[in-house]
Design a protein. Structure first.
Length: 89
């Protein structure tokens, strides 16, 4: 909100973020890219998709299809291997 209580335009947040990037000597990236990085980082740290989705404000299905679409074939293969281990173990 601005000093009059009005909502800020999304571009305002991007401008603030780019100033932070510039002041830290980092290249500018889209602020939305930070969201994708956070989603992928949470996944690589082992956070359950439902928890990561809740933090990002959407469903686990949206989280997986939007932020981890490459998981498809690999995910199926890992799931099948897990079943094999479970059936043998």
């Amino acid at each position: 909100m601005d000093e009059l209580g009005r909502g800020l335009r999304p571009a305002t947040y991007s401008a603030w973020f780019w100033k932070l990037c510039d002041s830290g000597g980092h290249r500018r990236i889209r602020l939305h890219s930070v969201r994708h990085s956070l989603a992928f980082w949470l996944h690589s740290l082992g956070a359950p998709p439902a928890d990561a989705a809740a933090l990002l404000g959407h469903t686990a299905e949206v989280h997986l299809s939007t932020y981890l679409p490459e998981s498809g074939a690999t995910g199926i293969q890992r799931a099948a291997q897990a079943l094999g281990v479970a059936a043998v173990g």
